[in-house]
Design a protein. Structure first.
Length: 197
């Protein structure tokens, strides 16, 4: 079991590595070159990336169609290190987006890029950027340590979402893995909502 100092050092090293992988992949650059506004979101933006190799980007443009989004994604698929990609078409939902999942090979690891292509000016334009910035603003050092510790303590294969850690710790003071498991079980009985502290 790692102590908190070791956890923080590993999280810091993982963040540096993730930023290097982001740059190396060129995935953000492809969207930017296509005229999209590109924002880093999620755990990497907040300094809360733990053991999962995932990078979250929200990209914005106007007049998105499945065809236009696929055209940009096809340029990413040409990269020989992109081993797989998946897409969910949410253009006809309230989210007005195309959700892309690219799996990128870096050395002997696979990193997942979750890229949400969102209609500029729609309801979720900037929403998750505000969420991330607000979490960083209100989160204490102790809460940050707890979140990272819980992330590293969570066994592989558990499908816990980042925001569940953040809300459980920041809003409700959860500080143990057993407490988190109970909190998530109860939380998932509620209607879906997007939490901002």
């Amino acid at each position: 079991m790692m102590n908190q100092k070791e956890i923080n050092e590993l999280a810091s090293a993982n963040r540096i590595k993730a930023m290097s992988v982001l740059k190396e992949s060129g995935i953000a650059d492809v969207w930017s070159e296509a005229g999209c506004r590109v924002n880093l979101v999620g755990s990497l933006r907040m300094g809360l990336l733990a053991s999962r190799r995932d990078i979250d980007l929200h990209v914005y443009s106007t007049g998105i169609t499945a065809k236009s989004s696929f055209a940009i994604a096809s340029r990413i698929a040409e990269n020989p290190n992109v081993t797989e990609n998946k897409c969910i078409n949410g253009l006809h939902t309230d989210e007005h987006c195309m959700a892309w999942h690219f799996f990128y090979r870096h050395e002997d690891e696979i990193w997942q890029f979750d890229v949400i292509h969102i209609e500029e000016g729609s309801a979720y334009d900037g929403y998750f950027e505000r969420m991330a910035d607000r979490i960083v603003e209100v989160m204490s050092d102790e809460q940050r340590d707890t979140i990272l510790r819980l992330k590293f303590e969570t066994p592989s294969g558990y499908d816990y979402h980042g925001v569940e850690y953040y809300e459980a710790v920041i809003a409700d003071g959860v500080d143990s893995l057993s407490g988190l498991s109970k909190w998530i079980e109860e939380h998932r009985k509620k209607p879906i909502y997007y939490w901002i502290p």
